[in-house]
Design a protein around this ligand. Structure first.
Ligand code: ZN
Length: 349
């Protein structure tokens, strides 16, 4: 079967263009770039652009390639959704409609274009046998950086602290790359921060430089002691028929209105009784008519998360919220936000 990824070996800095969009054009489609290390006996993997609108990873990789530096060990880089990133204004599309979200495709089915690409990414990783995988993303809303892994141990924590000081451990099975590549080697997903935040690009660059140039990425560093762990976040999802808009006040005609400033609640502690948004002024619905939210033992924890008074949606208890999006498409297609209790533990009944 033909691989959907193009192969490149140690591209010369002059070959790849002057800007990151030149670089995307040079790649032209999903690509593997193999970088030969000082130590050729080991390989690490760096995956990015699973989502076409999340540029920090490919910007950091471009900057590394332009520097002409040689990594400490071999690095296999996979740059996935190059076409989506080039579609319309650069980095404006997570995916080209109506294709599936690539980072939900790693558990199959593999019989469409996105499925084939997901399958080829995994077989590339199997072929190169990396000692670790980093998958670099941005959040759609503004917010600080964090890492996500399927479980926590010293190796995952050490990988995390090359990039950020916050690690989310999740039970969720969404078909994301890390759920599969974790069976090969320790895998950490890095969310550098908001896709439009300059700071996120710097975090991506600093982290990538650490990851490419460290002799031992699993070494315990003093920073590991300050790592904040957040366990089993729940997803607040919108029901199929729920309409959503973003505005400073409740909009009639929509089931749900959120203030555009809602993304300011990303991280830090959101206090009990904080206003999250509004339901339609007409008949005040049951929470479960609009939202769903289940924890790792399949309990509905909507009432532990939020409540309605009048037409206001308020936060039930002190919480840490993250990945709040101000993009209605992503809110509908994926979820509105993730939440844990303020002490970092899972919501339960
Ligand atoms: Zn992403």
């Amino acid at each position: 079967m033909k691989c959907t990824l193009k192969n490149l070996l140690d591209p010369h800095p002059d070959q790849i263009g002057e800007t990151v969009t030149d670089f995307l054009r040079y790649l032209g489609g999903p690509s593997i770039i193999f970088l030969t290390g000082n130590d050729i006996s080991r390989t690490r993997a760096f995956v990015t652009l699973l989502h076409g609108n999340e540029p920090s990873g490919v910007k950091a990789l471009f900057r590394w390639l332009k520097s002409g530096r040689r990594p400490q060990v071999n690095i296999v880089c996979i740059i996935a959704s190059v076409e989506a990133a080039m579609f319309g204004p650069a980095f404006s599309h997570r995916v080209i409609d109506p294709m599936r979200d690539l980072n939900r495709c790693f558990n199959g089915p593999f019989d469409d274009e996105q499925g084939e690409l997901a399958r080829d990414i995994v077989s590339t990783l199997q072929r190169y046998q990396p000692e670790s995988v980093i998958d670099m993303h941005n959040t759609s809303g503004s917010g600080p950086s964090f890492a996500v892994a399927t479980f926590s141990d010293q190796k995952h924590e050490a990988l995390t602290t090359l990039f950020t000081q916050r690690l989310i451990i999740t039970h969720l099975k969404l078909g994301a790359l890390m759920e599969i590549s974790e069976h090969l080697c320790p895998t950490v997903t890095i969310e550098c921060g908001g896709r439009l935040d300059n700071e996120a690009d710097e975090i991506g660059w600093d982290g990538l430089s650490n990851y490419f140039s460290s002799e031992n990425v699993f070494a315990v560093r003093s920073a590991d002691w300050g790592l904040e762990l957040l366990h089993n976040p729940v997803r607040l999802e919108l029901n199929e028929n729920c309409s959503l808009c973003y505005s400073d006040q409740a909009s009639s005609g929509y089931n749900l209105t959120l203030p555009p400033t809602v993304e300011h609640l990303n991280f830090g502690v959101t206090r009990k009784n904080t206003l999250l948004g509004w339901v339609n002024n007409g008949v005040v619905p049951e929470l479960s008519n609009i939202f769903s939210c289940r924890n790792s033992v399949d309990e509905s924890v909507l009432n532990e998360l939020i409540y309605i008074v009048g037409n206001e949606i308020l936060v039930r208890q002190d919480l840490k919220l993250f990945m709040i999006t101000c993009d209605p498409l992503i809110a509908k297609m994926d979820c509105l936000l993730y939440a844990v209790k303020s002490d970092g533990s899972e919501l339960s009944l």
